[in-house]
Each structure stands twice: as structure tokens, then as C-alpha cells.
Design a protein around this ligand. Structure first.
Ligand code: 5GP
Length: 173
């Protein structure tokens, strides 16, 4: 029996090139400061791990977890599954997302983290699907803007599988 087939949307080399660019840009913009990078579990772990290798300002890593579900109303609901381990008050915080789709997760997390009174809060998303937005929100830094396709690989899953793919792929029908 043959396994699933993938169509490569963004190849590994292109990903690495773009992640390095983003790291350099962040290093310049945060020069002389230090950062708290908050990875949104689980999808951002690979992007975060690669990105920080290109950032040369002092930083610490935190993780936060969410899950989204559709309620009885039309708007999806986001729920916190894991909170930060340490406070972020007076810190320069960079929230690291795998993908902005409807925008509900990012919007929820921005409001949550703003309440903790960081010195600054910016967002970075590896991928952005602007055509799917249900709420007005954007990433301050974005790796790649993509069409409305369901993607896997480079940390992103389908039913918890395929996170280990080196490329961003679309599952072939
Ligand atoms: P939101 O719709 O709240 O912007 O995105 C919520 C989460 O849905 C993302 O952080 C991501 O984990 C997941 N998601 C959205 N689009 C995709 C996609 O194309 N592929 C995968 N694997 N996950 C996605």
C-alpha cells in the first residue's frame, strides 16, 4: 500500500534562506535589547528553533499552547492549553506563530499577552493565509504568504503527523 503523496509548496532551501533573512532583520531591529520569544505550540517549534540560530541578541524562550474549536456560534473559540512559565512584564516580546489562518488564535494571544504588560509585543508568523481571515490581525514579520491550501511539514501537522517534513507541502488528493 502506498503512503500519502505530497506536493512541495516551499522547498527546504527556500525556507532556510527566508528564515535567515528574518533572523537578520530581527537582530537589527532589536539591537541593544533582549528578547523573550514566545513559541505557540506545537506548530511553531521548528521555525522557532531555526529562527533563533540567526538572532544575535540575548533572548529567552517561552512556550504557550492553544486549541481552537467551533462553538455553536459561527465564530471559532480559542482556549489556552499551556500558559507561560515566567512573567513577561517590561520585556520585549516576540510571539512566534506557525501560520495565521482565520487570525483568531493570534488575536486571542495578543490580547492575552498585552494584559501581562510587556514593554513591547510584536508577532512573527512563518506562514500567512490572508484570504482566510475572520478577524483583522496581521503579523509584524511574515515568512511566506500563501494561497488557501492546507499545508503540512516544517512543524505543521495533519492529525499530528508530517511535522517532520523538511519542506512545506500540500497533501495530494
Ligand atoms: P487561526 O485560524 O486561529 O489563525 O490558526 C489556528 C491554527 O490552525 C494555526 O496555528 C495552525 O496550527 C492551524 N492551521 C491553520 N491553517 C493550517 C494549515 O494550512 N495547515 C496546518 N497544518 N495547520 C493549520
Amino acid at each position: 500500500m502506498s503512503g500519502p503523496r505530497f506536493e512541495v509548496l516551499i522547498p527546504h532551501d527556500r525556507i532556510q534562506q527566508r528564515v535567515a533573512e528574518l533572523g537578520r532583520q530581527i537582530s537589527i531591529e532589536y539591537a541593544g535589547r533582549s528578547l523573550v520569544m514566545v513559541g505557540v505550540l506545537k506548530g511553531s517549534f521548528m521555525f522557532l528553533a531555526d529562527l533563533i540560530r540567526h538572532i544575535d541578541v540575548p533572548l529567552r524562550i517561552e512556550f504557550i499552547g492553544t486549541k481552537s474549536y467551533e462553538g455553536t456560534t459561527t465564530s471559532g473559540q480559542v482556549q489556552l492549553t499551556k500558559d507561560l512559565d515566567r512573567p513577561i512584564q517590561d520585556e520585549d516580546v516576540l510571539l512566534v506563530e506557525d501560520i495565521i489562518d482565520t487570525g483568531l488564535t493570534l488575536n486571542y494571544l495578543i490580547h492575552l499577552l498585552e494584559q501581562r504588560q510587556p514593554r513591547s509585543l510584536k508577532t512573527i508568523a512563518f506562514l500567512d493565509k490572508p484570504s482566510r481571515r475572520r478577524i483583522e490581525v496581521h503579523g509584524d514579520y511574515v515568512g511566506f504568504t500563501i494561497e488557501d491550501r492546507f499545508v503540512v511539514g516544517y512543524g505543521l501537522d495533519f492529525e499530528q503527523r508530517f511535522r517532520n517534513l523538511r519542506d512545506v507541502c500540500v497533501l495530494a488528493p
